[in-house]
Every structure is written in structure tokens, then in C-alpha cells.
Unconditional design. Structure first.
Length: 122
């Protein structure tokens, strides 16, 4: 987990976030988050998923199992099609702006189907 604590801190600092802010995003107490960065506590699988999801990196990269931090290979064809339409992406961002845990990658297929259904209905 040595790589995890280093990479977690790098991601947080690169995003100009505080430990308290990240704890709020993950719905944990700040002390728990601090222990992740210090390497004295390991996150549960659910928290690891949310960290990777929030920063849009692969969990393998976070854990030091891969040097490829991108998670493009997780995108489905529907998600790639969705991201190709800037108007749809903009609407998604506006709609979920206030939701701390919302991630466009997980919402994209649903919104894409909705947009396609509306288009087909016209």
C-alpha cells in the first residue's frame, strides 16, 4: 500500500483539495482520510472505488499494480458516444453539479439512453 498513500496524496494536492474536503467527498471522518495518506489505515473496497471514481483513475494504478493511471478501458461504446456529444456532456455536468459522489462516467449510459429516446420520439 506504499504506492497508494503517495498516489492518493499526489491526486489530492494536484486537485488543490484538503484532507477534510476529501473526507467529506468520501463521507468519512477527516482522521480516517489522514490515515489513508499516512499509510496507517487501508480503505475498504467501497472507499477505494469512490476514490478512483472521483479522480477518474484506475484502482490498479492507485494500488501500484499498474503504471497506467487512465481508466479509458472502462468506457463502453455508449459512454464514448456520449462523450462525443458536448451538449449532452454539458447538460450532465449542470444536472449533477451539486452531487458530491456523482461521476459522469457512471451516469453517462443512462443519460445517453434518455437523450436517444427523446430524439427518437421526435
Amino acid at each position: 500500500m506504499f504506492c497508494f498513500k503517495i498516489r492518493l496524496k499526489e491526486l489530492r494536492l494536484d486537485n488543490n483539495s484538503t484532507q477534510s474536503y476529501m473526507a467529506g467527498i468520501l463521507n468519512i471522518i477527516p482522521n480516517a482520510y489522514q490515515k489513508y495518506e499516512y499509510g496507517t489505515r487501508e480503505p475498504k473496497l467501497e472507499i477505494l472505488y469512490h476514490i478512483a471514481d472521483y479522480f477518474c483513475v484506475s484502482s490498479d494504478w492507485l494500488l501500484g499494480l499498474s503504471d497506467d493511471m487512465k481508466r479509458d478501458y472502462f468506457l463502453t461504446n455508449a459512454e464514448r458516444k456520449f462523450y462525443a456529444h458536448p451538449k449532452t456532456s454539458k447538460e450532465l455536468i449542470e444536472r449533477y453539479k451539486g452531487d458530491k459522489m456523482a461521476n459522469p462516467a457512471s451516469l453517462a449510459p443512462v443519460l445517453l439512453r434518455t437523450c436517444e429516446a427523446e430524439r427518437d420520439a421526435k
